[in-house]
Design a protein around this ligand. Structure first.
Ligand code: FMN
Length: 323
């Protein structure tokens, strides 16, 4: 474990003389730099602490947690594809109470060390999602924000994403918004981006996180079986990066709340592309699975790109893409 003093730093701390300012505000989440980790690819952050000082990151997003524990899908849950992986983890999680008991102290300390902690609420219906948000609001006062995962399948409606359409997304937001005064981020499904983004903004979302994995499948032609335990799973990694950049740009063009961009970010250049497309924060997911230092490496390298653009503040480059 890293001592608290080692990583101590505040989100409003001034950059070193000559270095660009990297602090960003993601809908009320004041981050010392734009780099965050993606839900489900960084555990609950404590597991990665041995690899580097996690407080170097602007924020971490914890894996999705439901009000009650879920056992997830059977193995195999992951398979490799060209430039990406397909997963069907099924959101295995211990439930909010056990999560807070086991990780609350570490995550509260991480907040004190200057790294914002975003907890993620999961559920299979708007009511389940609302219960997870309510419990987080009550039991995790140290969390900077709650991210609501509206890409989860709605089991009451045949498994379509909870927030895949504007109407469905609005219903979820109306259920969760009154339950917390914390910033609410929404993790969108990769569909109907502009229209869903507008609906979420109208119902009080503070920021939008996208993209989640893209439905995909992979078949072993010798056995004729799926390479994972389900016919389909979610594709992530470099294979989805260009799609993610396009969707981040569509969302940023449709709303005025900040965007947390993710999808196949592996390098400083990938992160810079997200910022130019309109992302205020950039989140690193699958890259961490093969390089635990990926997010830290990108956080360390990003100021040089900002300076190379002649900018003194990363905020001046958000959405600075020109056609
Ligand atoms: C193994 C695995 C588990 C994931 N679990 C979650 C999750 O719990 N909640 C969620 O919103 N997204 C989850 N995701 C999606 C990621 O947070 C991210 O949106 C997606 O993988 C795209 O980013 P990437 O290409 O950088 O991985 C998971 C992804 C992977 C690979």
């Amino acid at each position: 474990m890293v001592s608290e003093s080692m990583g101590e730093r505040r989100a409003d701390e001034r950059p070193a003389a000559g270095a660009p300012s990297m602090a960003v505000d993601l809908g009320g989440v004041r981050m010392a730099n734009p780099i965050c980790t993606a839900a489900g690819t960084f555990g609950y952050a404590a597991q990665v602490e041995g690899f580097f000082d996690v407080a170097r990151l602007g924020a971490v997003t914890c894996k999705g947690v439901a009000a009650e524990p879920w056992s997830g899908n059977p193995a195999p849950r992951l398979c490799e594809t060209c430039s990406g992986i397909i997963n069907s983890v099924g959101l295995e999680n211990p439930g909010v109470r056990a999560f807070v008991d086991d990780y609350g102290e570490y995550l509260e300390g991480l907040e004190r060390r200057g790294c914002r902690v975003i907890v993620q609420a999961a559920g299979h219906s708007p009511a389940e999602l609302a219960e997870s948000v309510r419990l987080f609001d009550e039991l995790a006062p140290w969390a900077s924000a709650i991210e609501v995962n509206v890409s989860c399948p709605n089991l009451e409606l045949g498994g379509r994403p909870l927030g895949g359409t504007a109407a469905d997304a609005s219903e979820v937001m109306r259920a969760v918004r009154p339950l917390t005064s914390k910033p609410l981020l929404v993790k969108m499904a990769p569909a109907n981006v502009a229209e869903v983004a507008r609906a979420l903004e109208a119902e009080g979302a503070d920021a939008l996180s996208l993209i989640n994995t893209i439905p995909a499948m992979s078949i072993d032609v010798r056995t004729r079986r799926s390479r994972i335990s389900r016919p389909t799973g979610g594709l992530s990694g470099p294979a989805i990066h260009a799609i993610a950049v396009r969707m981040v740009w569509e969302a940023a063009s449709a709303v005025s709340i900040p965007i947390n961009g993710m999808g196949g970010v592996e390098t400083v250049e990938d992160a810079a592309e997200m910022i130019l497309a309109g992302a205020t924060a950039v989140t690193v997911g699958t890259a961490t699975l093969h390089d635990p230092l990926a997010a830290a490496r990108i956080a360390d390298g990003l100021p040089a790109w900002v300076a190379s653009q002649g900018a003194t503040d990363v905020n001046d480059l958000i959405g600075a893409f020109e056609c």
